[in-house]
Design a protein around this ligand. Sequence first.
Ligand code: UT7
Length: 333
Amino acid sequence: MNSAIIKGIGYYVPKNVVTNEDLSKIMDTSDEWITERTGIKERRWINNDESTSSMALEASKNAIQDADIEKSAIDFIIFATLSPDYYFPGPGVTLQKELGLDTIGALDVRNQCSGFVYALSIADQYIKTGMYQNILVVGSEYHSGGLDKTTKGRGVSVIFGDGAGAAIVSKSPSKERGILSTHLHAQGEHAEELTLIGPSTRRWVPQIIDGAGKDDDAIYPYMNGTFVFKHAVTRFPEVINEALKKNDLNAEDIDLLIPHQANLRISQFVQKKMGLTDSQVFNNIQKYGNTTAASIPIALAEAKQAGLVSQGDLICLAAFGSGFTWASALIRW
Ligand code: UT7
């Protein structure tokens, strides 16, 4: 059986920087509160001429360049997002058209913060079986347009940012290198602890317009922050340990852990619980906030650019979020 590697990785973030100070001018919040509770100092919000798929396109071009392949070598797309351009179709097809990739298949993944790791797991299986040769795996999110930017929504809106990350997943040149294993979990009983209910089939647009309209709370993301936090700090170590155990490895073997950037306090808690050193964990939430499915590929691309990811390194990716869903991947780079 083939083994799959991440042959190239790239990211794109909008130019528009929104600082905590900027937010404190439009809602009752402060740099002190946001920094202390989340570690976030600033995030990017897109301008009107950009979209989830346009950011994905830029990230994909960077990943293709990093992989040093022709874009025509890509034979499948997997696109993870919770903020698609349209209710339907999903953005995979838009990206396929924008890249000019003829009629190759495009699959959309709806697993929120765990979306990129779920998508990577799917790509890994397709490469292993030999069905595809070079898969473009993308995570892209445009949150800023849908947030409640009043004081009522401050518990959610200060956390999320826009951005995209992409990877080219290909057959490994050697048996020693590649994705060692992926581990996927879900617990649907907590679906409504972190959710955006409308618009959906539970609350169609005409119902929203006929009802409370813009005052309908269901049109904004809802998060039971403390509840999500408690589950996150349990599930992250659990799913990382699951991956280590499966491969007969220990926490000290990890060269770099890239946790989904949900909250710096969560990453620090996980680091402590796992007994990892500062140099074993990569965080960039300070600059971008929580970019959901995009956070891991953005962080991985930045870590690689910073020289923190070298051939032979053991890289661990781990995510937790809405669903609840959580997942990990262990990669021998
Ligand atoms: O990526 C998906 C997964 N998501 C996560 O993992 C997020 C997990 N949860 C969290 O990161 C944290 O729960 C938050 C950062 C969202 C919130 O932090 P917290 O320490 O749990 O705060 P809290 O929700 O318990 O709120 C504490 C206080 C409240 O005021 P009172 O009731 O004590 O007077 C809030 O109204 O802080 C208030 N508050 C704010 N104050 C200033 C909430 N948001 C803000 C804000 N600025 N932005």
